[in-house]
Design a protein around this ligand. Structure first.
Ligand SMILES: Cc1cc2nc3c(=O)[nH]c(=O)nc-3n(C[C@H](O)[C@H](O)[C@H](O)COP(=O)(O)OP(=O)(O)OC[C@H]3O[C@@H](n4cnc5c(N)ncnc54)[C@H](O)[C@@H]3O)c2cc1C
Length: 494
């Protein structure tokens, strides 16, 4: 910084996005930044968003968050992947697990060797070579080194925000409770000058972070940034959510169960289960959705079912003037692959890298927006894959999905894989080759052939290699403790 004045960052909103931002800036940029967060108890938070992906470990590592403490505070459990049920066609099931499947070699990715194995009569499914998938099926978990299990968490969203609030306030972040009733704009440059609270208080700042959720109070209502609608790819625009008492030990994966007009999630925590039905309002009424959800939950209800409306898409810019939108205020795809909290953490990291300590520069703003949009669009493609590649045609909803026009980036990936199992992992893309492999196979694509590099091994060597891999993996799984026992000794909240 050129002078001693700290940048005053004002965060509007205290949900997961607001408190993740506050905790990051106050713990990591304390020397340069003063943080004020405004939230309204009356408006509250969205209260869902409880399944994560492995990048959360990195984020917490950066913030020096103690994993055991955090899991105890949030009633957390471990997640090895997502089980998709009824997606390819009713009755189908597959797991998209974290980590890697098999071993890539210098010569080629594992799926080519596996695909050749099928031709040679080794008919073990791809998932038989995934440690995370096998552990998930066995209900087992441990933090291991060899192989290192890739994992994420299931957490109670409300407790997580509370925990981050404590970490932020410890480092000097100021919390103001109150409803923002006006956003004052500088008529000269169009920047936000201050937030007016109902109490009459004015909160001035240098940089404003819009974490007001779907409200988009700063980025949209005040700055009129604009929104790119993705409802042509994602028909679902509603969710109804309810929490239930746990009736069984928590499983180490999320469940995503497709139905005629959308899908249902089940997220197991230590003390309860989070349930929700995601659906298209074009095909289902709120009452029908509520009824379908309540017919498909286990355990006593803890709260009343709550309907949440959303519009899939993204802001045209996530950084506009002196305002950066993070979390639901920046856009929303849909929760199928649990990507929103990850997108919050990556926006925060991007912001910290480009923090305008010497003034807001157009080049930084443009680069920030470019990176954010590229990231969102790659996630969009991956989530759309689940809808596009289906054999379901039992409702208008699925018929539309199956026939919808998808971005060229997705169409070409599916074509390359269907032909000869070729995949690539683009720079800065979130989902790796393993994820594309698992979801494409799981949804019913079988590559016609493999890359000829897999012919480098003799038939006998290939069979022996694949068999040995599977049997040593099973030895590893046998020795793992159950998920329940691991939680009990590592991070039990009770
Ligand atoms: C159905 C559904 C399921 C989801 N599941 C997952 C999941 O499994 N995994 C995942 O990663 N993500 C998931 N998400 C996304 C996840 O919920 C959000 O990314 C996350 O909770 C962050 O929300 P937020 O903080 O942006 O918004 P919110 O939680 O809505 O917080 C908004 C904040 O702004 C405040 N506010 C708003 N207006 C005002 C005002 N006028 N004055 C003062 N304060 C105001 C509110 O009080 C609140 O504090 C899901 C989303 C939905 C809709």
């Amino acid at each position: 910084m050129k002078n001693d004045k700290k940048l005053h960052v004002v965060i509007a909103g205290g949900g997961t996005a607001g408190w993740m931002t506050a905790a990051s800036l106050s713990r990591m940029m304390n020397h340069h930044v003063r943080v004020t967060l405004v939230e309204s108890d009356d408006i509250g938070t969205i209260g869902v968003g409880e399944a994560t992906i492995p990048t959360m470990q990195t984020f917490h590592h950066l913030l020096q968050i103690d994993e055991q403490e955090y899991l105890k505070e949030t009633q957390g459990t471990f997640k090895l992947g997502i089980q998709f049920e009824n997606w390819g066609k009713p009755g189908d099931k597959y797991i998209h697990s974290f980590g890697e499947t098999g071993k890539d070699s210098w010569a080629g990715e594992f799926q080519h060797f596996w695909r050749r194995g099928l031709d040679e009569g080794v008919d073990a499914p791809f998932g038989d070579y995934s440690p995370e998938l096998q552990a998930a099926l066995a209900g087992k978990f441990a933090i291991t080194n060899k192989p290192r299990l890739g994992f994420a968490y299931h957490i109670d969203a409300t407790l997580y925000a509370k925990y981050l609030r404590k970490l932020s306030e410890e480092k000097g972040a100021t919390r103001l409770e109150g409803k923002i009733c006006n956003v004052n704009i500088d008529p000269g440059n169009g920047h936000i000058q201050s937030l007016a609270l109902e109490s009459g208080e004015l909160v001035e700042g240098d940089l404003f972070i819009d974490c007001t959720g779907f409200n988009g109070l700063l980025i949209e209502k005040a700055l009129h940034t604009g929104y790119q609608d993705w409802t042509n790819l994602f028909l679902c625009d509603r969710a109804v959510a309810v929490q239930t008492q746990a009736v069984a030990d928590p499983i180490p994966y999320t469940r995503a169960i497709a139905h005629k007009y959308g899908w249902q999630w089940r997220i197991p925590l230590q003390h309860r289960v989070g349930n929700g039905l995601v659906y298209s309002s074009k095909y289902m009424s709120e009452d029908e959705a509520r009824e379908l959800l309540l017919d498909n939950i286990e355990g006593e209800r803890i709260n009343e079912p709550r309907v949440i409306k959303f519009k899939p898409g993204r802001r045209l810019k996530v950084w506009n003037k002196n305002c950066v939108a993070i979390g639901l205020a920046s856009g929303f795809i849909e929760p199928l692959e649990s990507t929103s909290i990850h997108l919050i953490s990556s926006s925060i990291i991007r912001l910290m890298r480009m923090l305008p300590l010497t003034g807001i520069k157009e080049v930084d703003v443009d680069e920030f927006n470019r990176q954010a949009i590229e990231e969102l669009e790659s996630v969009r493609d991956f989530v759309a894959l689940h809808y596009k590649v289906t054999q379901r045609d039992d409702s208008e909803f699925w018929q539309y999905c199956k026939n919808m026009k998808v971005p060229e980036s997705l169409r070409s990936r599916v074509a390359m894989y269907s032909d000869s199992a070729r995949l690539y992992w683009g720079a800065d893309e979130l989902f790796t080759v393993n994820s594309w492999n698992q979801v494409m196979l799981g949804q019913g694509i079988m590559p016609e052939t493999y890359h000829p590099i897999a012919d480098i091994m003799s038939s006998e060597d290939l069979k022996e290699y694949l068999e040995k891999y599977r049997s040593s993996l099973q030895d590893f799984i046998t020795k793992l403790p159950s998920h329940k026992d691991f939680i009990a000794q590592y991070c039990s909240a009770s």
